[in-house]
Design a protein around this ligand. Structure first.
Ligand code: A3P
Length: 280
C-alpha cells in the first residue's frame, strides 16, 4: 500500500492509480437509467448517496444497511472497468470536462453537491491525513496553498464548482449546496425527490431525513466507511464522519490565512456568481 502520487490528466491532477486507468474510465458508457452523483471530494457525497438510495427505496431503513455505501453506489474512478450494474447511483469526483460523454449523451440525471471552499478545504485536509492512499497533506499552512493552487487530488476546487455551475441548465444538473442541506435537510431531500420524479409521503420523507442525520450515518457501519481496512482509512487519525458541520474552518484558519484566502478567492471566482455562504 502506498500514498499514490498525483499525475496530471488533461491538466487535472489525479491519483496515479486513476490517471493510469483514465482511458478506461473515459470509455465508460452508462445506462440512461444510471444516476450520477458528482462532487468535489468532501463536499457531502456520502450524505447525498444515502439520501438518494433511501429515496429510491421508499425510505426503507434496511436499504441503507444492506451493503457499504461504495457497494450500493459505485465510485466511477475506482470501479472502471468492472461492469457497474445499470440503474445505479454512480459517484464521481471528476471535474465536468472529464466525465465520460455517455452520461450526457444518455441524459443521465446528475446531482452535484458543492460545499463552501473553506469547510471543503478543512474536510479534505483531515481526509488526506487519514486516507493512506492520497498524498500526504503536509503542514496545515502549506495545505491551504496546495488547495488554492489545485495541487490536490481531482484538482482545483474553483474550476470544479464553476464547471458544473455553468453547465447546470444545459445538462439538467441538480446543483445543491451542503450548507442548504444542513440548514434544512427536509427541504433539500424534497428537492432531490422531485428531481428524481418521485413522490413519497411526508412520513417517509421524515424517516429519510432521520436516517441520514450525521449521527445516524456515523453510527451505521454501512455508511461510516468502517468497511475500508484501517491500512487505507485510518479512522484513528481522523474519522471519515468527522464533524459534519458548517463553519469548522473558523477553528482552523488564522485571521491572516482567512484574509489571504478571501483575496485569492475573490479573484478566482470573479467570473461567476455561485451563491456560496458561510465563507466570511
Ligand atoms: P467533515 O470532514 O467536515 O466532517 P464526502 O462524503 O464528500 O467525502 O464528504 C464528507 C464530509 O461530509 C465530512 O465532513 C462528513 O462528516 C460530512 N458528512 C457526511 N455525512 C453527513 C451528514 N449526514 N450530515 C452532515 N455532514 C455529513
Amino acid at each position: 500500500l502506498c500514498r499514490f502520487p498525483l499525475i496530471s490528466v488533461r491538466n487535472v491532477p489525479l491519483m496515479s492509480l486513476i490517471a493510469s486507468n483514465f482511458d478506461t474510465i473515459w470509455a465508460f458508457t452508462p445506462d440512461p437509467s444510471d444516476l450520477l452523483i458528482a462532487t468535489y471530494p468532501k463536499a457531502g457525497t456520502t450524505w447525498t448517496q444515502e439520501i438518494v438510495d433511501l429515496l429510491l427505496h421508499n425510505g426503507d431503513a434496511e436499504a441503507c444497511k444492506r451493503a457499504p455505501t461504495p457497494v450500493r453506489s459505485p465510485f466511477l474512478e475506482i470501479c472502471s472497468p468492472k461492469p457497474i450494474p445499470s440503474g445505479k447511483m454512480i459517484k464521481t469526483h471528476l471535474p465536468i470536462q472529464l466525465v465520460p460523454l455517455g452520461f450526457w449523451e444518455n441524459k443521465c440525471k446528475t446531482i452535484y453537491v458543492a460545499r463552501n471552499a473553506k469547510d471543503n478545504l478543512v474536510s479534505y485536509y483531515h481526509f488526506d491525513r487519514m486516507n493512506q492512499t492520497q498524498p500526504e497533506p503536509g503542514p496545515w499552512d502549506g495545505y491551504i496553498h496546495k488547495f488554492m493552487r489545485g495541487d490536490v487530488g481531482w484538482g482545483s476546487w474553483y474550476d470544479h464548482v464553476k464547471g458544473y455551475w455553468v453547465e447546470r441548465e444545459k445538462k439538467n444538473i441538480l446543483y445543491l449546496f451542503y450548507e442548504d442541506m444542513k440548514e434544512n435537510p427536509r427541504r433539500e431531500v424534497e428537492r432531490i425527490m422531485k428531481y428524481l420524479d418521485l413522490s413519497l409521503s411526508d412520513e417517509v420523507i421524515s424517516r429519510i431525513v432521520e436516517l441520514t442525520s450525521f449521527k445516524n450515518m456515523k453510527e451505521n457501519p454501512m455508511s461510516n466507511y468502517s468497511c475500508i481496512p484501517s491500512q487505507v482509512f485510518d479512522h484513528n487519525i481522523s474519522a471519515f464522519m468527522r464533524k459534519g458541520e458548517v463553519g469548522d474552518w473558523r477553528n482552523h484558519f488564522t485571521s491572516e490565512q482567512s484574509k489571504m484566502f478571501d483575496e485569492d478567492y475573490k479573484e478566482k471566482m470573479k467570473d461567476v456568481n455561485i451563491p456560496f455562504r458561510d465563507l466570511i
